[in-house]
Design a protein around this ligand. Structure first.
Ligand SMILES: *[C@@H]1O[C@H](CO)[C@@H](O)[C@H](O)[C@H]1NC(C)=O
Ligand SMILES: *[C@@H]1O[C@H](CO)[C@@H](O)[C@H](O)[C@H]1NC(C)=O
Ligand SMILES: *[C@@H]1O[C@H](CO)[C@@H](O)[C@H](O)[C@H]1NC(C)=O
Ligand SMILES: *[C@@H]1O[C@H](CO)[C@@H](O)[C@H](O)[C@H]1NC(C)=O
Ligand SMILES: *[C@@H]1O[C@H](CO)[C@@H](O)[C@H](O)[C@H]1NC(C)=O
Length: 678
């Protein structure tokens, strides 16, 4: 019996033979060893010849020419990078030799329309719908694209822009950064971005440039709560090999990466790969290594299917005059091989292997969140269902496409916060809205200032909570800070206090706290639009958002809090000695008012004598004064705003009651003083 004649099929491999190329070549070799170990009855055997493309376009071209002319390979696996691919694809087309790249991802290559170009990796535009779904999920209206300024980086841009515009998301600016940019150039570009309003960035670059970008962004304070960063698989695919320090600076970044099913085969491969590269400095494999592995298997299957018996090149019309290129000839087996390859499907290490128009099809991406030193899956995106929490391939519910953020797991955002950024901000060049907080003792529930040992302050209380809620409801982010200021004692300052308040208010953009707005003091606040000193209507960005807050304040005053404040007479509940204000005045009884409150002026107007008025600073002190009673160092009654009285009653409800008339006095709300725009 004659031995089975094995037909060798020569296959070229064109890779930059650095560590990364070693990784890919190792995966390809392992694939063939694994495959023929279980398919030893096959008549064909792929035989590899590898050439170093030496990190550039010319190196890749020279390597391919050599393989075609001198080795007469039937297929070429490679090149590694998009920028090396154009010439190889043209060569393959001319020689009818399949060029199979597992790592050149730019969609630009598709436009070459060569039937001999096979892409066994996802093209970059496969992920744009996943990215757009994330942007929709958080309701962001504008994004800025930051991309590597080369074939790889720019290829995705038209697809991403088109997909964004389809759902009315604006792209006000694109930022192209050269992979050769200096750190200073990167910083200059980032500074430009902070001077704009958009705070959502989509970053499409390879990991070396991305590492530098995020390190600088962190240093410039751009990894803070106002910012959203989304990375494409150009970065997510290489996270494993990125520097720990860089990954920590990427806290809060969201990204998409091709979904690779966890399988026993993959686990086995990982173990065997580790053994294989044990003593060498070859890096760990990434998803491109898996695609390289799957490519080799696909090619081995296709070669057998095509039963290439006598793989040769046809060399006609070749003369001495012929150029190198003309001397290559044409592979006679190419058409059969490409036909077999395009119908080859199997379950690969990286998932289902299936080509459509010569390109690998992928329909699922994992959505990840950078948390500390690594990434964490927070959900998936699929072509049919959009954003989903879990992948469910058996689900019958195929046609509902969701962009709901509720399908995502919990996310840590830049600045280590749990609420998503608004994605848009008025550039203030680092300036924050200055919110004055009047410092008062007592009634701490409304606003309270805690002084820390390092002279910094914490503000808390009901007014702060409301102010925070209003600011949070604005459709964009306004940075602001609370600045406590001492309130004047009305009794000490007399009518001068109006002036003091005005001086204070001029120093702030807004005031939050237990401030009473009194309508007849028109010089407190003026219900007109702010004007500049020269009388022009203000139009700057700062002015515009001051105006918005201004209208908000007016709205709150007129809608929510009108009539909520009134003055009340508070007396001992059990035996109310007095029920009438005039009685108090005539008896020359002592009465209390809250220190720093407008009530003082109110009482003076009612003809109380200055000597009758005693200020209190806290509910406790008021209780003490009322308990003592007038003439015993205490007071007979107190006047205060309804919210304060309610608060007082919540603590001492059984002891006191209100009596007499309720005086209507204005509102309770935020003061926002139209600042002179500087
Ligand atoms: C990119 O790949 C997707 C499938 O993943 C395909 O639908 C699309 O046409 C491809 N685009 C280009 C430009 O190659
Ligand atoms: C070879 O040359 C002949 C005559 O010049 C021409 O008709 C023919 O098309 C050429 N064949 C190829 C494959 O170029
Ligand atoms: C080679 O080139 C010369 C000059 O261009 C031409 O005269 C000659 O016919 C060519 N020979 C062949 C075999 O094509
Ligand atoms: C997947 O979907 C099917 C049909 O809707 C359902 O019965 C099954 O429980 C789902 N599986 C998971 C893991 O959610
Ligand atoms: C706090 O402020 C006071 C007055 O401005 C100053 O004398 C003191 O040194 C400051 N303390 C700290 C810890 O900064």
């Amino acid at each position: 019996m004659a031995a089975v004649q094995i037909i060798p099929i020569k296959v070229g491999v064109v890779l930059d033979m650095d560590g990364y190329g070693e990784m890919a070549l190792t995966c390809i070799s392992m694939a063939l060893r694994d495959f023929y170990a279980t398919h030893d009855h096959y008549k064909t055997r792929l035989v590899l010849t590898n050439r170093d493309s030496k990190g550039d376009v010319v190196g890749a071209a020279a390597a391919a020419l050599d393989l075609l002319k001198n080795v007469e390979v039937q297929a070429i696996i490679g090149p590694m990078f998009s920028y090396q691919a154009n010439f190889l694809i043209a060569l393959g087309h001319k020689a009818q030799v399949p060029i199979i790249t597992f790592s050149a991802t730019t969609p630009l290559l598709t436009s070459l329309r060569s039937p001999y170009f096979i892409r066994t990796t996802l093209n970059d535009s496969s992920q744009v719908d996943a990215i757009v779904a994330i942007i929709q999920a958080f309701g962001w209206r504008e994004v800025v694209q930051i991309y590597e300024d080369n074939e790889f980086g720019e290829g995705i841009i038209p697809y991403l822009t088109g997909a964004l515009e389809k759902v009315n998301i604006r792209v006000p600016y694109r930022s192209a950064i050269s992979p050769l940019a200096t750190d200073d150039q990167i910083v200059a570009e980032l500074n430009k971005l902070t001077s704009m309003q958009t705070r959502v960035f989509v970053v499409h670059m390879l990991s070396p440039l991305a590492s530098r970008l995020f390190t600088k962004a962190k240093q410039l304070g751009m990894m803070s709560r106002e910012y959203a960063w989304i990375i494409t698989d150009g970065v997510t695919n290489e996270l494993k090999s990125m520097d720990q320090f860089v990954k920590e600076s990427m806290l809060g970044v969201i990204g998409v990466k091709p979904y690779v099913p966890k399988t026993k085969e993959l686990d086995d491969f990982a173990i065997r790969y580790k053994e294989m590269v044990q003593k060498k400095s070859t890096p760990d494999f990434d998803i491109f290594g898996l695609w390289a592995y799957d490519s080799a298997i696909a090619l081995a299957m296709a070669a057998e299917k095509a039963i290439v018996r006598n793989p040769t090149y046809r060399k006609t019309n070749i003369s001495r005059n012929s150029t190198e290129l003309e001397a290559i000839g044409v592979s006679e087996t190419g058409p059969k091989l490409i036909q077999a390859l395009s119908t080859t499907t199997f379950k690969g290490l990286a998932g289902e292997f299936k080509l459509v128009h010569g390109q690998l099809q992928g329909s699922s991406f994992q959505i990840i969140n950078m948390v500390g030193p690594g990434d964490r899956g927070i959900g998936y995106w699929t072509k049919d269902n959009g954003i989903v929490r879990e992948l469910n391939f058996t689900s019958a519910n195929k046609k509902t496409y969701s962009t709901s953020k509720s399908n995502l797991g919990s996310i840590i955002w830049p600045g280590d916060v749990s609420s998503p950024p608004k994605g848009w901000e008025i550039p203030t060049n680092g300036k924050k809205l200055r919110v004055g907080v009047p410092v008062k003792d007592g009634f701490t529930e409304f606003m309270h200032v805690n002084w820390n040992s390092d002279n910094s302050t914490n503000v808390e209380g009901y007014c702060k909570d409301i102010f925070d809620a209003v600011m949070a409801a604005l459709p964009y982010h306004v940075p602001y800070e609370y600045i406590p200021f001492a309130t004047p004692d009305h009794k000490m300052a007399g009518d001068y206090n109006d002036l003091v308040y005005q001086v204070h208010l001029k120093n702030y953009d807004a005031v939050a706290g237990d401030i009473t707005i009194i309508a007849n003091r028109s010089q407190y606040i003026d219900f007109t639009l702010p004007y500049t000193d020269s009388g022009e209507r203000v139009v700057s960005n700062l002015a515009r958002f001051v105006l918005i807050i201004w209208f908000l304040v007016v709205f709150i005053l007129t809608q929510s809090y009108t009539a909520s404040l009134s003055s009340m007479l508070t007396v001992q509940k059990l035996q109310p000695k007095v029920t009438d204000v005039n009685e108090l005045i005539n008896n020359k009884d002592y009465v209390g008012y809250s220190k720093g409150s407008f009530v003082y002026g109110f009482l003076k107007k009612m003809k109380f004598d200055d000597s009758q008025l005693i200020a209190y600073e806290s509910p406790e002190q008021l209780d003490e004064l009322l308990s003592k009673g007038s003439g015993n160092g205490g007071i007979a009654a107190a006047f205060d705003g309804t919210p304060f009285i309610k608060l007082f009653f919540s603590k001492y409800c059984s002891k006191y009651t209100t009596a007499g008339q309720t005086y209507k006095a204005d509102g309770f709300g935020f003061v926002c003083y139209p600042p002179s725009i500087k």
